[in-house]
Every structure is written in structure tokens, then in C-alpha cells.
Design a protein around this ligand. Structure first.
Ligand code: ATP
Ligand code: MG
Length: 345
């Protein structure tokens, strides 16, 4: 799927900026907490609880979680838009609290909400943004960035005439003007149709392939599975899983096995009583099993003991959705109000 390792992909940024400026973790977070203070009738809300997270340099990292899990809060803390309650975060080796300017220069953030001034053209918007970041006119790559995001032919169009998908890409372009080594995308494909989503994925992959570390949030499981090298799952403000995508998928070893047998049955044969079996059609048995606990051979032996012959069989692997549901099924425990912890917003 991806043709080079994250470290290789990051080497361009690393060599450009010198070894001292290329930390192993592009984003490094320890013990991060955020409590939004109570306002009116809303109680205080612990949106992040003791979050530890490392985004390896060069990685395409997915932060996955349901609505209200704390994804935007985490992103907005990195972007300098929300003030953390406690804990520590570094972007490209720069502490967001002690070196806010350097930290902000190292990150480009595409927020969840589209906010584009409709009366500017994409070219003007990028020039303005470059000015805000102090990029000298000679070093600006306005057209190159627009081209990379498939917007070159819209450079002079009013932004209000752009489609939603184009606006989303323009937001990515805006986040890239200062050539940050870390690009953060908060729900980049929310509300984007399937075709445009594929295009946006391609563009994100291309940016990652030329060395940009990408951290994206999503609640589309297939997006994380398809796009990301590594995935962290966040739920009720806590990181509940953080692993490479293949490892995460391997975590769940339960499978469904469908066995078509040589004759119609009225009920599940007694020889199979020890297994989790249903009759899915008169001649078809569906077995839910754990690879570790009941190897397929055991199931097939029981089928033979029942005097049946197997005509066909099919297994279905668990996917990220199963893992996600399994992990996020736990209710919120102490993620609710805790006034004593912090009072900033
Ligand atoms: N400014 C705020 N003041 C008070 N509470 C807030 C504020 N922003 C977010 N929250 C609360 O913090 C929790 C985490 O919100 P956050 O926006 O970080 O979630 P999210 O994972 O980005 O969700 P979504 O998938 O819907 O974008 C939610 O319960 C939310 O209501
Ligand atoms: Mg959000």
C-alpha cells in the first residue's frame, strides 16, 4: 500500500532542517489533560485525560474516535487555539508552552470547520497566509501548493465559487504555506463525497510521501485503515489503543466461519454444542470463534463427528470496526465533570 517507511519518507524534511531539528517523534505528548470549565448550566468537562501520544516522524497517523471523544481538543491544543490544563506537548521538539513560536512554525493545521473568506481568491488567500507566517515573497510557493492540491485552475476564482471539496483542499493548501514538517488535519473528509475523498486521500498521501508527517483525525474507520500507518483510538478523553494499523487489526482474533454442508439440517447438531454456532440456512452453519481458543481444525472435527461433509467454507476477518466497537463500548467513567482539576478554556 505504502511504498516507503515513515522514516524514509521524512528524510527530506529531516535533512533540510538538520539532524538536530529532526526528532524521532514529530509530536510528543505526555500526561496531557484538558478540562473545560463549567459555563452556565454546563458542568466542567474533562475532555482529555492523561493523554500520552507519540507521532513518529514521517508517519501518517490517524487519531480515531467517536463524536466528543476529544480529538479536536487535542489538535487545537497543538495548534495553540486551546490552552491545556496540564501536561506536556512538543511539536518537532519544541515545547508548545516554552517555545510557542517555534512550535507553531512547525505545524500546519486544517481545522474541522471550514473558514474561508469568500471574497478572496485562492492565490490571494495563500499569499495572505504566507505573509502572516512571515514567509518572504521570494520563498513563497503559492502556485506550487495550489498545483499539488489540484487547485491551480482555480487560483483566480472567488473562493465563494468553490465547491465544498475544493474549499477543504484550499484549507490544506493554506496550512502548507510555511512548509511545516507536521500537517494536522481535523476530520479532513467530513462531508466530502466518496470520489473527492479518494482525491483528498491521494493528496494527503503525496504530501506524506514527500516527507510531511501527517496527523489526521477521523471517525471514518475505513479512512484510518486505508490511509494510516499507525492509529490511536481515543474515547471519552482517553487514548485506549495506539499501535501500527496491522497490529491493531491483529488484536482482535475473533472470526466468523461459514460452513456449507452436504445436506439440509433442522437444528445445530449436538456434536457442535460446545461452539457458538447458528444455522444460517438449512445447509449452512455460521460459527463465531476465537482463533486462539478454538482452532478451525477442532470445528471441522466436530462437523465430521456429526456425520456431515463440508461442501464449502468461508471465513470473515475482523476489521477495524469490530475493534473500535469492542474498545469504545466501555462507558465513560470519570470523564465527566471534575471542577477541581482546571479552569481554563
Ligand atoms: N469550548 C468548549 N467548552 C466546553 N466544552 C467543550 C468545548 N469544546 C469541546 N468541549 C467538549 O469536550 C469534549 C470533546 O470535544 P471535542 O470537540 O474535542 O471532540 P471531538 O472528538 O473532536 O468530536 P467530533 O468528532 O464531534 O468533532 C466534548 O464533550 C465537547 O462537548
Ligand atoms: Mg472534532
Amino acid at each position: 500500500m505504502l511504498d516507503s517507511s515513515p522514516a524514509q519518507r521524512a528524510s527530506s524534511h529531516a535533512s533540510e532542517r538538520g539532524p538536530a531539528a529532526a526528532p524521532e517523534a514529530a509530536v510528543h505528548i505526555r500526561g496531557l489533560n484538558k478540562t473545560y470549565r463549567a459555563a452556565g448550566k454546563s458542568p466542567a468537562k474533562r475532555a482529555l485525560i492523561d493523554v500520552d501520544l507519540d507521532v513518529p516522524r514521517g508517519c501518517l497517523f490517524g487519531l480515531l474516535g467517536p463524536n466528543g471523544a476529544g480529538k479536536s481538543t487535542l489538535i487545537n491544543i497543538l495548534a495553540g487555539l486551546v490552552i491545556k490544563t496540564s501536561g506536556h506537548a512538543e511539536i518537532w521538539g519544541h515545547d508548545i508552552e516554552r517555545e510557542p513560536r517555534a512550535a507553531r512554525a512547525a505545524i500546519g493545521v486544517v481545522p474541522q470547520e471550514l473558514n474561508i473568506d469568500p471574497f478572496f481568491t485562492p492565490r490571494q488567500l495563500l499569499e495572505l497566509q504566507a505573509g502572516l507566517y512571515g514567509v518572504p515573497p521570494k520563498e513563497r510557493e503559492t502556485m506550487g501548493i495550489l498545483r499539488a492540491l489540484g487547485l491551480a485552475d482555480k487560483a483566480e476564482a472567488y473562493s465563494r465559487s468553490l465547491s465544498g471539496g475544493m474549499r477543504r483542499r484550499l484549507m490544506v493548501a493554506k496550512a502548507m504555506v510555511h512548509d511545516p514538517p507536521v500537517l494536522v488535519l481535523d476530520e479532513p473528509t467530513a462531508g466530502v463525497d466518496i470520489e473527492l475523498r479518494q482525491q483528498l486521500w491521494q493528496q494527503v498521501r503525496a504530501l506524506n510521501a514527500r516527507g510531511t508527517t501527517v496527523l489526521l483525525t477521523t471517525h471514518y474507520l475505513e479512512e484510518a485503515e486505508e490511509l494510516c500507518d499507525r492509529i490511536a483510538i481515543i474515547n471519552h478523553g482517553r487514548v485506549i489503543a495506539d499501535d501500527t494499523t496491522p497490529n491493531l487489526l491483529a488484536q482482535l482474533d475473533s472470526k466468523d466461519l461459514t460452513i456449507v454442508v452436504d445436506r439440509a439440517l433442522d437444528e445445530v447438531p449436538p456434536a457442535l454444542a460446545d461452539f457458538d454456532v447458528k444455522l444460517s440456512a438449512p445447509n449452512s452453519l455460521s460459527v463465531h470463534y476465537c482463533v486462539k481458543e478454538s482452532p478451525v481444525a477442532q470445528i471441522l472435527t466436530a462437523i465430521a463427528e456429526a456425520g456431515l461433509t463440508v461442501i464449502d467454507l468461508r471465513t470473515e476477518e475482523a476489521d477495524l470496526e469490530d475493534i473500535f466497537l469492542q474498545l469504545t463500548r466501555a462507558p465513560a467513567e470519570d470523564a465527566s465533570a471534575d471542577e477541581s482539576r482546571g479552569r481554563d478554556t
